[in-house]
Design a protein around this ligand. Structure first.
Ligand SMILES: [Zn+2]
Length: 213
């Protein structure tokens, strides 16, 4: 999935860069970059658009583009400080060295890695429909980015389990299939859970038949 935030759209909405990113960011693995490069078509922004397409649901790509260097440094500093990125890393992702761009990989809204990227706006074919003469070169660089991200996603430790939820008396504990693990009722039930109520006498088997009182 690809989310492109342009400076103009952000300015029009009077929303700060960090607010835009906060709205887009989920716990999923995310590649985030803030660049000053201009673009005309999101689908031609490389490596961002093809990387987003290749990873599908496994990686969210968030690209803030067209931030003039001064705005990029100011707004990016706020953004990356909020995300907990160290000062040296913040400097790296907000300043370009030649054609190199640096992105941050996040998981559960925490930075886990920096990755070297680039920025090109090109289609796979030229305007007259012939294959782009630099197509192979750009694709090779994209493949390299994809391989690095693949390696990283595999190496990431599994996310910590969510904290155990304390159920209130009468509250059901539904499995992903929508069946309560205590009383066996489905998600559409209108009845309170007899299973969690029975937790008051914890010795009793939770799979015991429901008692009508
Ligand atoms: Zn139940």
């Amino acid at each position: 999935m690809l989310t492109v935030i342009s400076w103009y759209a952000a300015r029009r909405s009077r929303r700060q860069l960090h607010e835009w990113v906060a709205r887009a960011l989920t716990d999923k693995p995310t590649l985030l970059a803030v660049v000053s490069d201009k673009y005309t078509q999101e689908a031609h922004v490389r490596p961002f658009a093809p990387v987003a397409e290749r990873f599908g649901d496994r990686l969210h790509v968030i690209l803030a583009a067209e931030w003039e260097q001064e705005d990029r440094e100011r707004d990016g500093e706020v953004l990356f400080r909020q995300l907990g990125l160290a000062p040296a890393a913040r400097h790296r992702v907000l300043h370009d060295e030649g054609k190199g761009r640096t992105g941050v990989v996040l998981r559960q809204k925490q930075p886990v890695a920096l990755i070297e990227l680039f920025f090109e706006e090109r289609g796979f074919t030229t305007l007259d429909g012939r294959p782009d003469p630099r197509g192979d070169e750009i694709r090779a660089r994209e493949d390299h980015v994809v391989r690095q991200l693949e390696d990283l996603l595999v190496r990431l430790p599994p996310p910590p389990p969510p904290p155990p939820r304390v159920l209130k008396p009468g509250e059901h504990d539904f499995t992903p299939q929508g069946i309560c693990t205590y009383c066996g009722q489905g998600r559409s039930t209108l009845l309170a859970c007899t299973g969690t109520r029975r937790d008051e006498s914890p010795k009793r088997d939770r799979f015991e038949l429901i008692e009508i009182e």
